[in-house]
Design a protein around this ligand. Sequence first.
Ligand code: HEC
Length: 134
Amino acid sequence: MNRTTSALTKAKLAAAILLVALACGGYAVASARASRAVRAATAGVGASDAQALYSRHCASCHGEDGDAKTEKGELYGATDFTSKRWWDKERPTDAQLRRAITAGRRGGMPAFGKKLSADEIAALAKYVRGFKGK
Ligand code: HEC
């Protein structure tokens, strides 16, 4: 193989790699779009999604079991969602729970309004209420 053909082969190889990469990228975008469409079509966020969201974004402070017995939860004084006393005292409406998650609270509760969709926040409000009396 002389120099020109090997350069040509390399160029072809590079073009082929580029094509494959483009195809994969397109597929990823299309499938992300499709899964978003599926989620929208299936009316919001399911219970298992809510649990996954909670584990990812909330459990570090509020605890997997909702009792806020984590290092960060104790550091910030995160709300214990298993406390019947807290629910009886605060009596938060769903709208109030959603607002706290969306806008955060002073004293260490981060705002999630830019990170999560309204559907995800509504599902989390419901999920948090599920800890009541556990
Ligand atoms: C960095 C720690 C931290 C993370 C992460 C966190 N929180 Fe909080 N959260 C707090 C603290 C601290 C409070 C108590 C604020 C207060 O005393 O008003 C709180 C309070 C709350 C409240 C109660 C507000 C009220 O009415 O008193 C809700 C509801 C809540 N968090 C939901 C969530 C959800 C849902 C997530 C995940 C999307 C989350 N939190 C993630 C620290 C955290």
